[in-house]
Design a protein around this ligand. Structure first.
Ligand code: ARG
Length: 459
């Protein structure tokens, strides 16, 4: 049964019905639709469309329906109702007869779907926040565990300067922190209620929309009915928050795929998140990380898709907008699952501290130190840079590290070099010198850890 039909002479084709129906996707908003319907029924009571007794009867029937869908949401899929709004109304009419037919007074599926989706976003938003905070905590735990582990830092995938593994972890803590801020910000703006905007022009019943909004747990009511029914910014903002966060997860995954490679051998992923090859018995592949990286593309695709759907849509509601939910649901589910998987990856990571240290010692990652040393001996930096370049070239030729040159050999490059140069070239000295705010020195890493632990960083 459709909620319309009086104006039609013929039934819609089966093919069109399947094309048009959104129940297989929007059944996930059943609880939100019911909660919104109870609030709407209450609002109708305040304007005398429904009596108190009628409201109580509708409310009881709707609560019964809510309990039933909470227990078994998939039961909805057996119906051939057009969408979740129709499904709820049809079931309500089944339970309450003609009384149920009064519920849609002054309401449109346009303000209804906008309200339901915002309620759904708010609920999903708190699960996502929880997942983000958990992920951040996992990176913090790893940072604590590996705070003293030396790791080569890279630019252009070339060894650049030594850092600590803890510093690397804390970089992701920062990224996830910005994600938390972005999510909270998106949820704040989503927190206004479209209900009572009607199809586009507002409702003809003198309903206190602000009270209605508060009853539904919204911060306030939307202020323009045209905008309220056609606004999907919250969908786009959530997709964009998810995309940015997936970009972070993808970089995290890519770093680990590289660290885990046979060539680097810096980390080993836990068996719990790795898989093997059907042919090559020796293989242990970092599939969890590769999927984190791969799924980022899918989430970003949903964002792009939604932007394309919304661009150039005339005000107000258009059926194009029904396309909003499939991509949103999929992207937010994917993001949530990826965050949970990243926690498993981080928790199960074994760091090969000897290999990370050895790699940091190779690759001339202490060259900047030698240049800084020469600067301390009154050589201008640009000249020092050139001298050290020559030392590096000679060291490559000789096949050893900078500190393997004798003092006499080093003095051929500059007579300012003295015996104390060796202590400047040590990894410890490279690290400890980076002591300004945000640097990789042990003291700064400890400070950053303490900051996050005390909740200062958490936005
Ligand atoms: N299923 C629709 C959607 O998700 C609900 C709104 C339908 N409104 C309408 N006037 N056809 O967008």
């Amino acid at each position: 049964m459709a909620l319309w039909g009086g104006r039609f002479k013929e039934q819609a084709s089966v093919q069109f019905k399947k094309f048009n129906d959104s129940l297989p996707v929007d059944y996930r908003m059943a609880v939100q639709d019911i909660v919104g319907s109870i609030a709407w029924a209450e609002a109708l009571t305040t304007v005398d469309v429904l009596s108190q007794a009628e409201f109580q009867e509708l409310k009881a029937a709707l609560l019964e329906l809510k309990a039933s869908v909470e227990e078994n949401p998939k039961q909805i899929l057996a119906s051939d109702a057009e969408d979740i709004h129709s499904w709820v109304e049809i079931n309500l009419i089944e339970k309450t007869g003609d009384l149920g037919k009064k519920l849609h007074t002054g309401r449109s599926r346009n303000d209804q779907v906008a309200t339901d989706l915002k309620l759904w976003c708010k609920e999903k938003g708190s699960d996502l926040l929880y997942a983000l905070v958990n992920l951040q905590q996992a990176m913090l735990d790893l940072a604590e565990r590996e705070r003293n582990t030396v790791l080569p830092g890279y630019t252009h995938l070339q060894r650049a300067q030594p850092i600590t593994f803890g510093h690397w972890c804390l970089a992701y803590v920062e990224m996830f922190n910005r994600d938390i801020g972005r999510l909270k910000d998106a949820l704040y703006r989503a927190d206004t209620s479209p209900l009572g905007s009607g199809a586009l022009a507002g409702t003809a019943y003198p309903i206190d929309r602000e009270l209605l909004a508060h009853n539904l747990g919204f911060r306030s009511a939307t202020l323009n009915s045209l905008d309220a029914v056609s606004d999907r910014d919250h969908v786009i903002e959530l997709l964009s928050t998810a995309s940015i966060s997936m970009m972070h997860l993808s970089r995290f995954a890519e770093d680990l795929v590289f660290y885990n490679s046979g060539e680097a051998g810096f980390v080993e992923m836990s068996d719990l998140v790795s898989s093997g090859s059907s042919l090559m018995p020796q293989k242990k592949n970092p599939d969890a990380c590769e999927l984190l990286r791969g799924k980022a593309g899918r989430v970003m695709g949903s964002l792009t898709g939604m932007m394309m759907t919304m661009k150039a849509l005339p005000l107000a509601y258009n059926k194009d907008m029904q396309e909003d939910k499939e991509g949103l649901f999929d992207a937010l589910d994917t993001w949530q699952e990826c965050m949970q998987m990243a926690v498993l990856v981080a928790e199960g990571l074994t760091v090969n501290r000897a290999r990370t240290l050895a790699a940091a010692q190779q690759g001339y990652a202490n060259s900047t130190e030698l240049a800084d040393y020469l600067v301390s001996k009154d050589i201008p930096f640009r000249e020092a840079h050139h001298i050290v370049g020559e030392v590096v070239l000679a060291a490559i030729d000789a096949g050893h590290a900078l500190e393997d040159f004798t003092i006499a050999q080093l003095q051929k490059f500059s007579d300012r070099i003295e015996q104390d140069v060796y202590q400047h070239l040590s990894i410890e000295s490279c690290l400890d010198k980076r002591g300004a705010l945000g640097g990789t020195s042990r003291q700064q890493v400890e400070k950053a850890l303490a900051e996050v632990q005390s909740g200062n960083l958490l936005s």
